[in-house]
Design a protein around this ligand. Sequence first.
Ligand SMILES: Cc1cc2nc3c(=O)[nH]c(=O)nc-3n(C[C@H](O)[C@H](O)[C@H](O)COP(=O)(O)OP(=O)(O)OC[C@H]3O[C@@H](n4cnc5c(N)ncnc54)[C@H](O)[C@@H]3O)c2cc1C
Length: 396
Amino acid sequence: MDFGTIELTPEQQEFADEVRSFLDALVTPDVLEHERAHGDGFNERVHLALGSRGWLTPQWSPEDGGAGLDPLRRRILELELQRHRVPDITAGTTNLVWTAVDRFADPSLRDELAPRVADGTARFCLGYTDPEGGSDIAASRLRAVRDGDEWVLNGAKMFTTGAQNCQYTFLIARTDPELPKHKGLTMFLVPLAAPGVEIQAIRTFGGERTNAVYYGDVRISDRYRLGGVNDGWAVLHGPLDEEHSVGTASDGLADPSVGRSFLRPLEVALDETLAWARETGPDGSRPVDDPSVVARLARVAVELEAGVVTPGPMGRVKGSLAIVEGAAELLDLTGAVGLLSPGADGALGDGDVDFAHRWAQGTATYGGTVEVFRTIIAQHVLGLPRAGYPGSKVLM
Ligand SMILES: Cc1cc2nc3c(=O)[nH]c(=O)nc-3n(C[C@H](O)[C@H](O)[C@H](O)COP(=O)(O)OP(=O)(O)OC[C@H]3O[C@@H](n4cnc5c(N)ncnc54)[C@H](O)[C@@H]3O)c2cc1C
């Protein structure tokens, strides 16, 4: 990993300034307040405005609706989007799914969707998790039965995050229950406006919005099948490996791992705790005068930095552990003021320690649990055989 500073040319600096002032005007306080209150991971006004600049698909050519940005400008854009805290869950899932649509969709569907992905009017969510399948995606039970040129879908998916703001879900369905479980699956891009689709909101302890989605006799054209019948595992592989940071080459500019994004609330909470520790209390002393407080804060800072720079699947595990343990430590240090939620009188910062602590818990689960990632590390990084966990479900 190269930790060298990149010197921007005047043109690159000009681009950075342009992005910054565009986002300063676009990401108004109500965008951030709405995200805190609803946990959507999406803001339509912001998403469409980014699409109008070609910045949802910045690597695509302007003729295709992108901005034709080179890798360094793309990184500048990405960092500014992060710094401005642009809600990005739905933009992320749309990008993940697009790689499969681009490769496996009927060409007419691909051509119809490409400009809409670029301008932000077509958005995709992930319909992997069954109510009972959980980590074992290949155990998916939602049924798709062929009827002439259509498919009839029946079943349910849990945790389809962003479904309320998307036009399509990237759905894994069982098309042949007689075949071995990885072989009887097919992927579809299901229009969420189809009759029989019902989206029910679920709010997490961390304030995120996700959904249970029910499919009752939903009929879709065969046009929405991605890849071959019963060949769904091959279609899913690309987006899944990308989400799991397995086998994806880095250009040296990207975040080292998805774990980096988990740590932003911890950075805010640590800054707030440092400010609290420097304040003089009613007895005339400051928390920072106690060496054990300094040592505990320093440990959180070190773990945070380790999470920020650890690459690949290890970074996903380290990022989650650093925020789960770090936020608990900050809560323990700050006591009552840290426990107060956003908006409460007397809360530390804007309830940032409480928020980081609640938000941290989901990071150990979504996109694959920490335990499952340890198996991925064992197999894909260390080349070890699959581990067995007594009493656990087995990923085949
Ligand atoms: C906020 C949130 C958003 C989500 N968004 C989406 C989404 O957009 N789309 C989507 O499809 N899914 C989504 N998920 C689902 C998420 O990917 C699953 O929750 C996750 O994969 C675990 O499945 P489960 O909750 O059923 O747990 P289970 O798989 O039932 O696991 C229960 C426990 O057993 C452990 N375990 C399971 N299998 C193994 C194994 N092989 N080895 C060791 N331990 C194991 C787990 O680590 C866990 O501790 C989301 C979940 C959350 C909480």
